[in-house]
Design a protein around this ligand. Sequence first.
Ligand code: PLP
Length: 419
Amino acid sequence: MKLDAIQAAEAKLLLQTYERNPILFVRGEGVHLIDENGDRYLDLLSGIGVNALGYGHPAIVETIAEQSKKLIHTSNLFFHEGQAELALRLTEASGMDRAFFSNSGTEANEAALKLARAYAGMRRSEGKRLGTKFLALEHSFHGRTMGAVAATHKEKYREPFAPVMPNVEFVRFNDVADLKTKFSTDVCAILIEVVQGEGGINPVSQEFFEAARKLTQSTGALLIADEIQAGLGRTGKWFAYQHYGIQPDITTLAKPIAGGLPLGVMLCTEEVAQAIHPGMHGTTFGGGPLACAVGIAVFDTIEKERLLDHINEIGSYFQQKLNELKQKHNAITAVRGLGLMLAAELDSAELAKTVLAEMQKRHILINRTSETVLRFLPPFVLGKQHVDEAIAALDEIFTEHSPAPAGEHAHTNGGTHIG
Ligand SMILES: *Cc1c(COP(=O)(O)O)cnc(C)c1O
């Protein structure tokens, strides 16, 4: 079998960074992935929120075919047709003024961190009191490079590589008092995932987000919204911060923008952009002609197919169905999320593992994060019938593996019912 040979080769040849599921996918169609044996899987994860238009969408396939015949790479030493055109769409959708294109999420965040430091330096040279410290939130995930990982809360991601970027302090999630205590003129920026992804699909509270906006405005520090997972429509608006009516100074995007090709972007205000001059920052690959052409196609497809409306509709339906499951099964302790960025929290990590494995057996792909959280990041083109299919499977699995019915014992379930 092909998978066995690949597994053996990877075990010998690759740096062992991933614990892969033993499935070999060879193609995809719509919301389905197809493995080497021709078995179809309903994909509710979309490559960790990347394949927003699903698989084989003609807008993406045709754009790649056409653009790859014309030009794939030029470097940033020359102009090409795509960057300004994509930047126009992204700045209009975000309310920002300028864009810097990268290849990945973590690089978009590096650009944001560097810009925040440069901006603080510029303000200091004008006599302003503004330090170099970053505040990030507990349970945050901002990436794996030395700067972004320094702002990532989980110790196991940072500790083995110490010293990572110094001068980051973590604030308790949604704890306004803790934020106020830790904020001072030493701080150059606060980093917030508007909806925490890896951390378990936790939306920041209105009160906390507002407090962060007010504090940063009071000193001239910056508010950075990491929308790498939540942005470009996943929550039902182009940017998750638009649900709150709060405009950050910088925002970062990556996962869904180029339909599976690597592309990230940092967007910022005109004022903040003044801190960067030619030569201070850059990238060889970032914002290449192929990735940008596909980015434009993805953006235009979301508009043309009215996918934001669809995400709101199908997302509410999905969330409502998860809530009905929660009523029925005690093991589900919470249902959270916005649009098609959803989670069901369970009362045990073991059960979450079991549910994942059972879903996989039924050929439905979901993800587990923060030990006990089932995460759903389906393609934007998900249909009602796919939600029904997933909910029926979950219902069956919970009935089989956590028999205690909700009702008389609601909220007192000890989570010891694992077969
Ligand atoms: C995935 C993710 C990143 C890192 O993106 P990479 O492309 O893996 O470098 C950063 N922030 C958030 C919120 C993410 O979900």
